[in-house]
Design a binder for this molecule. Structure first.
Ligand SMILES: Cc1cc2nc3c(=O)[nH]c(=O)nc-3n(C[C@H](O)[C@H](O)[C@H](O)COP(=O)(O)O)c2cc1C
Length: 370
C-alpha cells in the first residue's frame, strides 16, 4: 500500500473507532426535548391507516428518514456500505454513501461503488464528496463518481472545523462557492449540501439555494461532532488536543439551524445531527424539514464489538437483524407519533401546526400570574 492509501486507511479506521466514543456527542445541543408534539386525544383514524411513505426524485420510500453518509475507502467500509445499501433497498430507505474521495486518487476504488450498486440496483443512493476535494476536482471527474455508483443525487459536505482540527486536514475552501455553482450546473444530478455536525446558518442556507443546490441538510450540533472526533485522535499532551477542546462546543444546533433556515425562506431544508428516534424525526418534519438523516445509530447497529471501543463489524446475520430492527423501530415510532398527533400521512404535519415549544405555556402562565 502506498503512503497516501496507508494514511487514508488508518484515518478512516480511527474515525470509526472514535465515533463510537460518547465524548463525540454534543448532548447539550439536543433541543428536541424542548419541542413538544401536540397530542390529538381523539384522532379520527385507525393506526394502520397511517402511512409514513413519501417519495424523492420519483422514487417511493417507506419513510422520510434516511441513512446519513458514513465512511468509505478502507477495509471495513465496503461491508458497511454494502450492508447499508442492502437495507436501503430492502426497506426503501434513502441512503447517502460515505465520502468517495479515495476514488479520486485510487481508480481501483471505483469497483467498491460499482459492486455496491450491483448488489442494490433499486436502492436510492446519493454520492458524497467533501467541498475541499470538490474545489480541486474537475466536474467531469465528480460526474464519474456519480456514474460509478449510479447515484440519483450527490451530497457535498462542508466540514470547515473538521478540516482545521484534523491532523491531515485540508482547510482550503477558497473558491468553494464558484465550484459548487459549477457542480450544480454540470454534474447532472441534484446536489444536496450538508454539514457534519456543526450546522449551517440561515444566511448560508439562503445563498446555497440561490446557486442551485437542490436541498440543504443542516446536520447540526446535538449528535456526532466531527471537531470532537478529530480531537480525540490526538495524544493527551499534543497541542492539537488542547486546541480541539477549545472548539468542543462549536456549532449551531440542529433545531436552531432548521428553524432559522426556514424563517429565512429556504425551501428545501433537510435536518440531521443527533436524531435518535422516530419522535425526534417527526418533530423536525413538523418544523419544516423535508427529510431527516441519522448516522451514528446505524453504525452502532453494525458494531459487533462488546466491552471495548474498537469498531468491529458484527457477523452478517446479526448486522442484518440489528439494522432491520432499527429501521422497524424508527418507522413504527414515526407512525405512532403521526397517529397520536391526528395525522394520517407525513404531509399532514406540514399543514397542521402540530408542534410547540415545551415551556412556552409555563412561561405564559407565570407571566399572567405576576
Ligand atoms: C463513522 C462516520 C463517518 C462519517 N463519514 C461521513 C462522510 O464520509 N461524509 C459525510 O458527509 N458525512 C460523514 N459523517 C457525518 C454524518 O453524515 C452526519 O452528518 C453526522 O454524523 C451527524 O449525524 P449523527 O449525529 O446522526 O451521527 C460520518 C459520520 C459517522 C458517524
Amino acid at each position: 500500500m502506498d503512503e497516501f492509501n496507508d494514511q487514508f486507511e488508518n484515518r478512516k479506521k480511527d474515525h470509526l473507532q472514535w465515533s463510537l466514543n460518547a465524548k463525540t456527542q454534543t448532548e447539550q445541543f439536543r433541543e428536541f426535548d424542548q419541542i413538544q408534539l401536540i397530542p390529538e386525544a381523539l384522532p379520527d383514524l385507525d393506526l394502520e391507516e397511517v402511512s409514513t411513505g413519501c417519495s424523492f426524485l420519483g422514487q417511493e420510500l417507506s419513510m422520510p428518514i434516511f441513512i446519513s453518509s458514513m465512511t468509505a475507502g478502507h477495509k471495513d467500509s465496503l461491508q458497511i456500505n454494502r450492508q447499508l445499501a442492502l437495507l436501503s433497498q430492502r426497506k426503501k430507505i434513502m441512503m447517502g454513501v460515505g465520502s468517495q474521495r479515495r476514488e479520486l486518487q485510487d481508480p481501483e476504488a471505483r469497483q467498491e461503488w460499482k459492486s455496491i450498486r450491483q448488489l442494490a440496483p433499486k436502492a436510492l443512493l446519493m454520492g458524497n464528496l467533501g467541498i475541499s476535494q470538490a474545489i480541486r476536482t474537475p466536474v467531469d471527474q465528480i460526474r464519474g463518481l456519480v456514474e460509478n455508483l449510479e447515484a440519483q443525487a450527490l451530497f457535498i459536505h462542508l466540514n470547515s472545523l473538521q478540516e482545521c482540527l484534523q491532523k491531515e486536514g485540508t482547510p482550503l475552501f477558497r473558491g468553494g462557492w464558484k465550484a459548487l455553482e459549477k457542480i450544480c450546473d454540470e454534474v447532472g444530478v441534484p446536489v444536496i449540501v450538508k454539514e457534519v455536525g456543526c450546522g449551517i446558518s440561515s444566511e448560508t442556507s439562503r445563498r446555497l439555494m440561490e446557486i442551485g443546490v437542490r436541498a440543504i441538510d443542516v446536520s447540526g450540533a446535538g449528535g456526532t461532532h466531527w471537531g470532537r472526533v478529530e480531537t480525540l485522535r490526538y495524544s493527551e499532551d499534543d497541542i492539537g488536543k488542547e486546541i480541539g477542546e477549545s472548539f468542543a462546543d462549536w456549532g449551531l444546533s440542529t433545531v436552531e439551524s432548521l428553524l432559522s433556515a426556514k424563517e429565512a425562506g429556504s425551501v428545501n431544508v433537510w435536518a440531521s445531527g443527533g436524531v435518535r428516534n422516530g419522535i425526534e424525526a417527526l418533530k423536525l418534519l413538523a418544523m419544516g424539514a423535508e427529510f431527516v438523516g441519522m448516522a451514528r445509530p446505524w453504525l452502532l447497529a453494525l458494531n459487533g464489538s462488546k466491552g471495548n471501543s474498537d469498531f468491529q463489524l458484527a457477523d452478517e446475520k446479526i448486522a442484518v437483524e440489528n439494522l432491520n430492527r432499527l429501521a422497524f423501530r424508527l418507522q413504527r415510532e414515526l407512525q405512532i407519533a403521526l397517529f397520536c398527533t391526528g395525522c394520517s400521512k407525513i404531509e399532514d404535519v406540514k399543514k397542521k401546526k402540530v408542534w410547540k415549544w415545551k415551556n412556552r405555556w409555563q412561561m405564559s402562565l407565570r407571566d399572567s400570574r405576576s
